[in-house]
Write a protein that binds this ligand. Sequence first.
Ligand code: PAF
Length: 276
Amino acid sequence: MQVTNNRESFSDKIKEYKSRGDKITLIPTMGNLHQGHQVLFSKAPKNTVKVATIYVNPLQFTDDDDYQNYPKSFQTDLEVCRKNDISLVYAPDGDISHEVGTEKNIDLPKFTRYLCGQKREGHFLGVYKIVKYFFNIVYPDFACFGKKDFQQLLLIKYLANTYFPKTRIIDVDTVRDANKIALSSRLTRLSKESLSSTCIIYETLHNMKSELLKGATIDNLKEESVEYLESNGIHVEYLDVRSLITLEEATDRLKSCGIFIACYLDDVRLIDNIEI
Ligand code: PAF
């Protein structure tokens, strides 16, 4: 496995793979790799060269404390990459925003303004810029992204369709721990007690799904569910039933819809979703 923090040597290595006729799967990450990332790595199609990036992208953080406190574990991350047959890791040093954020007048699709886009202004623009930056260097044949960040996944598909039509985006199912919480690097910031209460989040999504399928009305169900979560110490930022395609709010038709949540526990922001 090769590791570089230099854009030119990264780009040269990619050119070398391509000149050999290799197909490339790119897996962008912000490090602090856990089981969820390993599943992303495992979904790279066989016989493709697996390339990972490790970079905590300041452009996508709306809160400086959150950025500063983002868990980092670079040496262990490299071990994880090695064990998962990653051939090349690009881990830019420091803040590369000046190189990344040069495009002006970017008009992102409407769905980026809902859910996480409402409270985290600039977040999706930051994600768009960094992923486009990596895609521009690699022009990958495949790229893997998790369904936990469903809104991000839709944005990446939009980006690929618009600028990288030869890149196939592979969506990867959410990986959950014993409490059924979607794995996230942020979980390491929770106390043991809070970690065990995270089971309420999935339980709520799951119950909502069954009630909706039995004909419950969305608004009543939402209200009850938010109350239940709040009474268990989970502060809800949003809990919505929305289209999996446009992310518009669902009315009474539940076809191709999902339930989406963002909530806080111990001041740690967690997101999750399930398809109905
Ligand atoms: O999902 C993430 O970890 C990040 O948003 C990504 C795609 C690596 C871009 O920084």
